[in-house]
Design a protein around this ligand. Structure first.
Ligand code: ADP
Ligand code: MG
Ligand code: MG
Length: 889
């Protein structure tokens, strides 16, 4: 017999934390918390397998489920000592969804289930509190009505608003038992009206209605969208948790709250969170009343901390905090309720955090001995480091403050104001930077939040939907900016007498909560000591070296600062576009004789030499891979007629000759044309000039600094062994000349890029003439797929969306095809030359999944853009820790 139902609490825990696939994260952790002695109200979890069954069988349940639920419910009844549906003292339950990973698209929780016209009377008597009973009943009708029966929540709010007007009060808390009773009656009438059926009175009908709604919600649009954005398979399913209610709304010795065991924004080791006295469930996140801080240290004037208001329960919670962190060895996001000064734990999970917090928590926990250093290295998502390396507002920049809200998710962003998620998505797709402005956000807005650079809400706290989701996505967010009025109809926001229309620019500072009119200048981030610490730990375990793709001194400097161990790709053509040089470059291209070309190249030589001198100085003693000229020559020619005329004049040539030459050079398929080493075959003097510049620079820097650089000269687009042999010989000849002139010898390597399938397949023969291989996976991807990078934008996104390709192969290496070629070439190359140096210099060199692949095939280094260097260092460490196994599968 299959167990479809797992009990937890009151001494019976069928589940464990590592059973989240079956029980969902919430259910597994409720059982785990109960099993380590924390106060968890008893309940049971209906497994994710039931969800799968339900989805596949069109809404049917396994035949034996009902009996198992009844048995589990009976156990809860006896544990609590009251009965479900009992007219004098009813058991009430919550029905909660919970998938393997927390999913905002899922069905909202239904609380107080089991109340009806009869049991509400019993609850009133048993609790001795009429108001509480009727408030609970109307909450139940409202939640069940909107969540399960699909009645628009505004319909309920209207009824409360009317009740307040009639009673002449402004706050919910001022309504009496009678008022709530009237509201409950109105609710029932309205629900019957809208749904055409009376509000369900039988508690068992209510229970099965709620269970079915949770399972049904797995396939709703919000959940599907969320899963698509987060790569969550549909067959995971959700579990349903049914749990005895505890009441935070039974008076002033009751409360409910949400907190983190450390600050999820900064990672600081302080107890962080919000709570509300005399409130239930979602009140904290819904933003109806302003939540209060947990600790006295964080309380501002006028606020009442939980520490001050309920010291006993607070002390207990502080102890729970320590127990949980020790048990899970990670920062926890917890939900609790206090009923009559007694603490109950309702949820725990690993807390979402910003990149900065993730780093700080990992380093702190390793220092505290909760985890070891390699675990700390594993804990930080390499991709998230990107966020730490991104700009913040320049403190000196002029700015005009519009308003202020809560600093809900750090980082700064400027963009045009949009008021709907759909518009955010539409405008972002056109390349615009947008700021999504909402009164509050809900799971339907996820796609717009994803598309936006930043998010601004006027309602809700630090744990509101907007705040939590933005932190998870790494988007800057200012939440609860109550001083801003949003008028959706007018498509405008008003703050302090200023009106900002949709389409105008604002700037958010998610670290301070400030909102500014217009654009504010930003600056590069300063990295914390924790960053260096973690990087040091990562460096200690990684095997792959990390280099940078850089050609300017600025890039090279940045790369060094981020810990690059050399340059893996210096694209020399980038050095030719400088206005002071382009004339000589064009003269070389235009000239139809070798002599003319040599004259022009002689002018370029000092520039190239100076470029390399600078790079060698910055990279003192580190390897620098210099790729000889790669693009087809016509890329250096202007396109417009008048520009061509200008060039003609400066060269003293006539326009007609210019045009003819330009036409001669034009190609139908430049990517497959006269480029790479093919240039060196036809115009050897270009490669000779570049080689001379490299060797002269290297000799000069060696003399100057005593630290001789090791130039690695790289020949692009080699398809045959002969090409490399010829190029190699040219370079050796120049080297011998320069060393004779300089009276020194410099160590150097000559190698090739492997970027054509043919080169990969005959890599053993090519290796005979190569000192190293560097995989140029951008071109290798183009040529393997026969797919032009410049044209793929028209269909690649569609391929990825439809699952024809799992990922964009230009972003993350195609392990099966391109990767196979890399593997073949590596093996063939090293078969001929044991220990042949191997690296990668395509965009993939900075992509964590691709780095994992590089580790698995035993490359020596990866090379990526300077800002990706820290990402690559961490990813390389994680790849080494995982033993080079294939994580991309
Ligand atoms: P979510 O996944 O959206 O956080 P939960 O299932 O955790 O949804 O429920 C939301 C809130 O409802 C909880 O934080 C808690 O305050 C309240 N809640 C859930 N179950 C109970 C219960 N058995 N007793 C009291 N409150 C509950
Ligand atoms: Mg919720
Ligand atoms: Mg919860």
């Amino acid at each position: 017999m299959t167990d479809w139902v797992y009990g937890f609490g009151a001494g019976r825990n069928d589940g464990r934390a590592d059973m989240r696939n079956l029980l969902g994260g919430k259910g597994a952790n409720l059982a785990e918390m109960a099993s380590i002695g924390l106060p968890v109200p008893p309940g049971f979890t209906i497994t994710t397998e039931v969800c799968t069954y339900f989805t596949e069988k069109g809404g049917a349940y396994p035949p034996d489920l009902k009996d198992q639920v009844n048995a589990a419910l009976a156990r809860v009844e006896s544990a609590v000592g009251v009965k479900f549906g009992d007219a004098t003292n009813p058991l009430l339950v919550s029905v909660r969804s919970g998938a393997r990973v927390s999913m905002p698209g899922m069905m909202d929780t239904v609380l107080n289930l089991g109340l009806n016209d009869e049991t509400v009377q019993g609850l009133a008597k048993a609790s001795g509190d009429d108001r509480f009973a009727w408030d609970s009943y109307r909450r139940f009708i409202q939640m069940y009505g909107s969540v399960v029966l699909g009645v628009d929540h505004h319909r309920f709010e209207e009824i409360i608003d009317d009740a307040k007007i009639t009673a002449g009060v402004t706050e919910d808390t001022q309504l009496t038992a009678q008022h709530w009773q009237q509201v409950a009656d109105e609710y029932k009438r309205m629900v019957a009206d809208v749904t055409g059926a009376p509000f369900p009175q039988d508690p068992h009908d209510q229970l099965w209605g709620a269970i079915g709604a949770v399972f049904g919600s797995w396939m709703n649009q919000r959940a599907i969208t969320y899963r698509r954005l987060h790569d969550i398979p549909a067959d995971w399913g959700t579990a349903v948790n049914v749990q005895a209610m505890v009441f935070g709304n039974m008076g002033n010795d009751c409360a409910t709250g949400v907190c983190f065991t450390r600050d999820p924004s900064t990672g600081e080791n302080i107890f962080y969170g919000e709570y509300l006295i005399n409130a239930q469930g979602e009140d904290v996140v819904a933003g109806i009343r302003t939540p209060q801080p947990m600790s006295e240290a964080r309380a501002k004037p006028g606020e009442r901390s939980m520490e001050a208001a309920m010291p006993a329960a607070y002390a207990e919670l502080v102890a729970v905090r320590a127990t949980l962190e020790k048990h899970y060895a990670d920062m926890q996001d917890i939900e609790f309720t206090v009923q009559s000064n007694k603490l109950y734990m309702l949820q725990t999970r690993n807390g979402k955090r910003t990149a900065a917090a993730s780093l700080k928590i990992a380093v702190d926990m390793a220092n505290e001995g909760l985890i070891d250093r390699t675990e700390a290295v594993r804990r930080v998502n390499p991709g998230s480091l990107d966020q730490l390396l991104h700009p913040t507002l320049d403190p000196k920049a002029p700015r005009k403050l519009l308003s202020r809200g809560l600093p809900a998710s750090p980082g700064a962003a400027s963009g045009v104001v949009v008021f709907s998620a759909d518009e955010a998505e539409a405008r972002a797709q056109k390349g615009e930077a947008v700021i999504l402005v909402r009164i509050e956000t809900s799971p339907e807005d996820i796609h717009g939040m994803h598309a936006a650079r930043g998010i601004l809400t006027t309602r809700g706290g630090m744990t509101s939907h907007a705040a939590v989701v933005a932190r998870g996505m790494g988007r800057p967010c200012v939440a609860g900016a109550g001083g801003i009025v949003v008028d959706y109809a007018a498509q405008a926001l008003m703050a302090g007498g200023v009106t900002v229309q949709a389409g105008e620019t604002i700037t958010l500072d998610g670290a301070t909560g400030e909102v500014f009119a217009g654009t504010v200048a930003m600056i590069e981030p300063k990295l914390s000591g924790d960053f260096e610490t973690l990087m040091g730990w990562a460096d200690a375990v990684r095997r792959l070296k990390v280099r940078a793709n850089a050609e300017t001194p600025l890039d090279a400097d940045t790369a060094r600062k981020f810990g690059a161990e050399g340059i893996g790709l210096c694209r020399t053509e980038h050095m030719f576009f400088d206005p002071t040089r382009i004339a000589a470059v064009r003269q070389m291209i235009m000239s139809e004789t070798e002599g003319g070309r040599r004259d022009a190249l002689a002018k370029l030589l000092p520039y190239q030499r100076a470029d390399f001198v600078e790079l060698f100085r910055i990279m003192a003693g580190l390897p620098v891979t210099i790729r000889l000229l790669d693009p087809p020559l016509h890329e250096f020619l202007p396109h417009k007629e008048e520009e061509l005329a200008e060039v003609a004049e400066s060269l003293g040539a006539d326009l007609a000759t210019m045009k003819r030459r330009a036409a001669d050079l034009a190609e139908a398929n430049p990517m497959l044309g006269h480029r790479g080493c093919r240039l060196a075959m036809t115009y050897p003097e270009i490669a000779e000039m570049q080689a001379r510049a490299i060797f002269e620079a290297a000799s000069a820097v060696a003399k100057e600094t005593g630290a001789a650089p090791v130039p690695e000269i790289m020949i692009p687009l080699v398809a045959t062994k002969k090409e490399l042999e010829i190029s190699h010989a040219q370079i050796d000849k120049v080297a011998a000349e320069v060393f004779a002139e300089a009276g020194t010898t410099i160590e150097y390597l000559v190698g090739t890029m492997i970027e054509l399938p043919r080169a990969a397949l005959i890599a053993d023969r090519i290796a005979e003439s190569a000192d190293f291989f560097s995989f140029g996976t951008n071109d290798l991807t183009q040529t393997t797929f026969g797919l032009s990078r410049d044209d793929a934008g028209k269909f690649l996104p569609f391929y990825v969306e439809k699952g024809i390709l799992p990922k964009d192969p230009f972003v993350s290496i195609d392990v099966d095809g391109v990767g196979a070629l890399v593997k073949i070439a590596s093996e063939k190359g090293r078969g001929v030359k044991n220990g042949l140096k191997l690296g990668i210099c395509g965009e993939h060199g900075g992509d964590p999944a691709s780095i994992q692949f590089c580790e698995s095939v035993g490359l020596d280094y990866v090379s990526c853009s300077p800002y990706r260097v820290p990402v690559a260092r961490l990813a390389a460490a994680q790849a080494a820790l995982s033993g080079g196994g294939d994580r991309t599968a």
